[in-house]
Design a protein around this ligand. Structure first.
Ligand code: ACO
Length: 437
């Protein structure tokens, strides 16, 4: 961290002595005020629920400029990565800091490919779930359970264990997501096929059966790979911060990533793509395009509790750059499948247009986020709606691991332990039950 020449001075109106706080500069983005000595020197905490102004760590992996609508992985704009690289290169970049050359990419891909199978015993574990279980419930369990199957890579403080668990997680997530899907449909699981690319292998495990091969269409495979690239990392979002906090206790990497999966499930985070599609289906039931006006009225009414899912973002107050790329992919996929006239897709496109012109959304800088389009693309590919968030988890696993490993390797890392502003009862005496009113 580079110290700034500027210092912050904190003064108090109750006559307590003022305090000088150091400021650090990042390579780009806002400076940070170092408050680590605040409590020791003043007996006070800072208060920032929701982390609106708090940097929880220093990181060199992903940078977002929400006002510009810019997203960089290790300095490379997401647009360039989406157009020139595949997901395996993106994984290598996030984990190692540099893009691979031809030999490095081949070696990395081979390594991932060699770990795609999961322990055969895991299918019996999976059988314990109800067939109608939500795929994210299954994924939370399966990812956590990896720590029970791969004992030789559970020591988070051992760099070799961290490396092996990273490769295992990236390699096995597609197999687990496809198994979760096949289980809910009652079809047999398919083993991974290692001569296929990461995305085509996943699609084959999803859509082929032992009786019928799946012929992947190039446009759809590219779309799936792009979904993976665009969701690979997003700096200190809720699930990544969960992974860091969970991992900071020294728990094993599989358990920390399972915590990330659980957090991602929520509709304000990764669950938004599923929620966006469910919302479109609801509007469709209400009467479709003709009812959009009525629906938008409900969204604008604060008492309705209805949000336009797939719109808005904590950090992007401009167009989400991933949404732009996903929108492009969305049109390619709809063209390739001849689905432009599908009523649900027509509805989505009309809703997008109306919201982008509406004063409520314009004044609040609410733009479609990546989930709005990724849900449409996934539905067009044939992925069932409840599986969307599991695919997001698959793609984000590499980001979670890169961030977790960065934290463990940081000499300043400590167990995460937020403090609180206590507003409950002060110390009081227990009254014996017979005497309580
Ligand atoms: N629909 C309607 N109004 C919205 C929406 C929305 N989707 N998003 C924000 N607003 C309104 C808020 O009500 C608020 O209005 P006000 O100023 O009149 O009170 C204003 O816009 C600011 O919104 P906040 O809630 O303060 O924004 P915050 O940063 O806390 O929330 C969030 C961001 C959670 C993403 C929110 O926009 C949302 O719930 N969106 C829908 C869910 C979604 O798509 N999530 C995906 C996030 S991206 C991802 O995880 C990949």
């Amino acid at each position: 961290m580079t110290p700034s020449d500027v210092k912050a001075t904190l003064s108090f109106s109750d006559g307590s002595p003022e305090m000088q706080l150091p400021i650090y500069k990042g390579s780009v983005g806002p400076d940070v005020i170092d408050i680590r000595k605040l409590y020791a020197q003043t007996g006070k905490f800072t208060y920032d629920p929701g982390f609106l102004s708090t940097a929880s760590c220093a990181s060199s992996i992903t940078y977002i400029d929400g006002d510009k609508g810019e997203l960089l992985y290790r300095g490379y704009p997401i647009e360039q990565l989406a157009q020139n690289c595949d997901y395996m290169e993106t994984c290598y970049l996030l984990l190692n800091g540099e893009l691979p050359n031809v030999a490095e990419r081949a070696a990395f891909t081979r390594l991932v490919t060699r770990h795609t199978m999961v322990n055969e015993q895991m299918q019996f574990f999976l059988r314990g779930f109800r067939r109608d279980a939500h795929p994210m419930a299954i994924m939370t369990g399966l990812v956590g359970a990896l720590s029970a199957f791969y004992h030789d890579s559970t020591d988070i403080n051992n760099p070799t264990h961290r490396e092996i668990s990273a490769i295992r997680l990236i390699a096995k997530m597609p197999t687990l997501v496809a198994m979760a899907y096949k289980y809910t449909t009652g079809q047999p699981y398919l083993y991974p096929q290692n001569n296929l690319s990461y995305a085509s292998n996943f699609m084959r495990m999803m859509f082929a059966t032992p009786c019928e091969e799946y012929e992947p269409n190039d446009v759809l495979v590219r779309a799936m790979d792009r979904i993976f690239i665009l969701h690979a990392d997003h700096e200190q979002n809720a699930s990544t911060s969960t992974v860091r906090l969970c991992g900071s206790s020294g728990t094993n990497p599989f358990a920390a990533i399972a915590a990330g999966v659980a957090c991602l499930w929520g509709p304000a985070h990764g669950g938004a793509n599923e929620a966006a599609l469910n919302m479109l289906e609801e509007v469709q039931k209400m009467g479709g395009v003709d009812k959009i006006g009525e629906f938008i009225k409900q969204v604008k009414d604060k008492n309705s509790g209805i949000k336009l899912m797939g719109f808005g973002h904590r950090v992007y107050k401009n167009y989400d750059p991933r949404a732009k790329l996903m929108r492009e992919t969305c049109h390619e996929v709809l063209d390739s499948l001849g689905l432009h006239d599908d009523p649900l897709f027509k509805l989505a496109m009309t809703l997008e247009k109306i919201a982008l012109e509406d004063e409520y959304f314009v004044s609040r800088k609410l733009y479609p986020n990546v989930d709005f389009y990724s849900g449409i693309v996934q539905r067009a590919i044939g992925i069932p709606v409840p599986l969307f968030t599991a695919i997001f988890a698959l793609a984000r696993t590499v980001g979670w691991i890169a961030q977790l490993n960065e934290m463990i390797g940081d000499p300043e890392y400590k167990i995460g332990r937020p403090r609180q502003l206590f507003t409950g009862a002060t110390a009081r005496t227990v009254v014996p039950i017979a005497k309580r009113g």
